[in-house]
Design a protein around this ligand. Structure first.
Ligand code: SAM
Ligand code: SF4
Length: 410
């Protein structure tokens, strides 16, 4: 989300005739777009202090702006580091960009990729999970009008983009002023003519509907990839986190999704060391990870409030989960060996499957194109694949057929 916000800020700057400096030393204006979800990200911004002081010494004209998710508790100290702290909604006024009275999300983006585009469909959150700063830092939910999203995507597809990644803190609760909800929005995007992939981040289990599963299963342009944060495998901890679902409900969603979309790649977020998490409660998370067999998990150590799980213990718990993940991710990836898959080339030596698996290519391929690829080997975090030329593409199996053949767990 922050990367996407930065792309929109960059466009505003460009439209107000700012030019990109060749490096930070040559800049007259520096805009820092901050994330406060974890203390490590906040500390990185504090760490800029010395650099900015030196830059100012060499260039007294330099102006520094801090925007993004800034917590009130950090503002006082940040005021000493930056010339101004600006709410991202008002950044257009500050840099004289022509964006007045519209959400910054409505501003076009200066995409950093020429083939993948982040499109924010909403921002903010109403859920107030007890560990999370997002509702305070980004405010309540706001959904962009669907007509605006559709026309932006139509323009992006016309420019030849191959991948649209829809963004929101909780895309499942997207609802615009006309009552259009997320599955309907997905269907409309899917109906835009063209050969492109659609994916979305992130979903909340409590709002994950059967209708959404149906739309995903019946829309070939939607990637068979689902990021669904579970956070913990223990119901008491989930309650304390204010997540509003149980482990059993989470498992039920995963079973339904795997039944309807056998080739699905599933990733998750987990927090270890939530205040008061006992070894027994943590054991439930290990059990759940072994049961679900995630393809990927972003395992965070609870940050940073004082609590009774020590730093050392949190580190050890994260290592234990990473070990389980490495095993299940490798097992899942090994099922791809011998398959021919459709892939998007993201660097000359790297591609990704429609289900978001990274592939190291055995020979270079053209950046930003769809290719077919023979998977020859698998590691935990990536596949190894050989790009095929057009004559070798005839008998590509669909991901769905491959998944059925390989009996991926449902
Ligand atoms: N809205 C998404 C959801 O509910 O699944 C998550 C968005 S949140 C910004 C991204 C992730 O950051 C969370 O899923 C959580 O695992 C992690 N996170 C948030 N607050 C945290 C904290 N205090 N300590 C550690 N990790 C945290
Ligand atoms: Fe944070 Fe996600 Fe919970 Fe919202 S739903 S409070 S963004 S973790």
């Amino acid at each position: 989300m922050n990367e996407s916000d930065s792309e929109r800020i960059a466009h505003m700057l460009k439209s107000a005739n700012y030019k990109s400096a060749p490096n930070i030393d040559g800049a007259d204006l520096i805009v820092v777009n901050m994330c406060s979800v974890r203390q490590s990200a906040v500390n990185r911004v504090y760490g800029l202090n010395k650099k900015l002081v030196n830059l100012k010494k060499n260039n007294p004209k330099l102006k520094t702006i801090l925007t993004g998710c800034v917590l009130n508790s950090d503002k006082q100290k940040m005021k000493k580091i930056f010339d101004q702290i600006v709410n991202i909604q008002n950044i257009d006024k500050l840099i004289n960009a022509h964006q007045v009275n519209k959400s910054y999300l409505s501003c076009p983006a200066l995409f950093s990729s020429s083939f993948s585009a982040y499109v924010p469909i909403m921002t903010g959150c109403n859920n107030f999970c007890s560990y999370c700063v997002v509702p305070y830092a980004r405010g309540r939910e706001y959904s962009r009008p669907s007509s605006e999203i559709i026309s932006e995507i139509q323009g992006i597809i016309k420019k030849g983009y191959l991948e649209i990644i829809l963004l929101g803190q909780n895309v499942n609760s997207y609802k615009d002023k006309n009552g259009q909800h997320f599955p309907e929005l997905l269907k409309t995007i899917h109906n835009i003519p063209g050969d492109f992939w659609i994916s979305f981040l992130t979903s909340h289990p409590k709002d994950f509907s059967d209708e959404l599963i149906e739309v995903m299963a019946n829309s070939p342009k939607i990637c068979p990839y689902l990021h669904l944060a579970v956070q913990s495998g223990n119901n008491q901890i989930l309650k304390k986190m204010n997540r509003n679902y149980t482990v059993e409900q989470y498992q039920k969603i995963i079973s339904k999704v795997r039944k309807k979309i056998p080739q699905i790649n599933i990733s998750t977020d987990i927090i270890v060391g939530f205040p008061g998490e006992t070894k027994k409660q943590f054991a439930n998370t290990k059990k759940l990870m072994r049961k679900i067999k995630f393809d990927m998990a972003y395992i965070a150590q609870y940050s940073p409030r004082p609590n009774n799980v020590s730093f050392k213990e949190k580190k050890e718990r994260a290592l234990v989960l990473n070990k389980i993940l490495k095993k299940t991710a490798l097992q899942n990836n090994q099922k791809y060996i011998g398959r021919k898959v459709e892939a998007l080339v993201i660097t000359p030596s790297q591609a990704k499957t429609k289900s978001f698996k990274k592939i190291r290519l055995t020979k270079p391929a053209v950046l930003g194109t769809f290719i077919s690829c023979q998977i020859t080997d698998a590691q935990a975090w990536r596949l190894i694949g050989h790009p095929l030329d057009a004559t070798q593409n005839d008998n590509i199996n669909s991901d769905q057929q491959n998944a059925k053949r390989d009996n991926i767990p449902v």
